[in-house]
Design a protein around this ligand. Sequence first.
Ligand SMILES: *Cc1c(COP(=O)(O)O)cnc(C)c1O
Length: 492
Amino acid sequence: MGSLSNDSFAPLEPKEFSQESKKVIDFIADYYSNIEKYPVLSQVKPGYLKTELPDSAPYSPEPLEDILNDIDAKLMPGFTHWQSPNFFAYFQINASTAGFLGEMLCSGFNIINFCWLASPAATELEILVMDWMAKMLQLPPSFMSSGNGGGVLQSSTCEAIVCTLAAARDKVLAEVGYEAITKLVVYSSDQTHSSLQKGVKIVGIPPSNVRCLPTAFSEGFSLSPQTLEEAIRKDIMSGFIPLYLCGTVGTTACGAVDPIEKLGKVARKYNLWFHIDAAYAGSACICPEFRHYLDGVELADSLSMNPHKWFLTNMDCCCLWVKNPDSLIDSLSTNPEYLRNAPSESGNVVDYKDWQIPLSRRFRAMKLWVVIRRHGLATLRFHIRSDVKLATYFESKVAKDSRFEMVVPRKFALVCFRLKAGKDSKDDENLNKKLLQEVNESGNAFMTHAVVGGVYFIRCAVGSTLTEERHVEGLWKLIQEKATKVLLDAIV
Ligand SMILES: *Cc1c(COP(=O)(O)O)cnc(C)c1O
């Protein structure tokens, strides 16, 4: 790669491919060995990189070693280490050896299956692996390929929500006319992920037509079916058209679960598209003790969850199942001459381009298939349970320290807690903000916060692949130590 002559330009030369890839893998393996040495949350200031790297592209090829050295010296300080065992922020993004191998194979083959013909095995493997996942989650046959439903792998829940909103929108507008788009109403709770709000905007429904229905502490911040039905009735009386309901299994702020079966009945009664967002907690539902949260799923039109969060599958991977793929296809299909082919025209194959926003698509089925095969259902269950066990352990520590309280009961591996030693709620909020800042600035752990029901609290999301009991123990010691400091500072 050192010279620019024609005979030496070989960007995919197998021997070099092998040598350089191995160097990168060793580099990543070293990173994992040393990951605890870095501050979890990057401590750099905005714009720091400008002075570190040249502001124009190189004219001539550069050696891999130089690039890796720059990653080490220049980029690493600006990384927030999502794979650190001391990462307890947001929701974890699981990496695993199997997930990486699958990703390598996906990227290595670099094939694209926008239509069946463009790579038959990729499409058929996706159908198979989505059926495998459906069975692990005990979804009804109506979501599987054998039952006229089906699954597709997308990049994100946001994308899945946009696709289902578009499908629901077009089905209704085809009946009532396109002018009625300003009358369509979307229902969710005030805990629903912001991707719904974004999706609504993208599909052209007025954002003011999203009903973020209030939830309460007394009901565990889940959406009440009565509140939903009242809102629907009111909208109908005002001339609106109820379109879509998003229920959540495992909300982002506090892990709340909406009552799927009861909401599903309301959705069926008023003929709403019912989507279940189980981005985070869907993975847990492969364990029988968590599966009941999905009871009533047969009443839904679609369900999505992210294996890239809690299912040992490296970014990116979102499973979306729909009961009626034709409704997706009606909204999202295109049929340009240059893609026409006999199998597609026969109607006997799946063309995944019509189940998603982009035309091109990654071979994500390979990744998920490798993850499932390398672990098996038993180990995947063990993985979920051991994270839940660690979260339970953390929860028990919180319970033993009277300066703290749990804010919402824990359901999965997300612990919502706070210091409650202040004079009033404002004082409590300031104390918790300071505590969180102290913990994160120490570099020894990273957590984030949320506010539900007006209460500011700290979220400890246990579930990074490398996290062990000693890390959770270390985290709790750090929190206690910083809490003592913050409380002392408050007195002074
Ligand atoms: C993480 C999360 C999302 C967003 O997922 P993306 O794949 O990043 O779009 C949506 N809903 C819930 C409940 C989540 O936890």
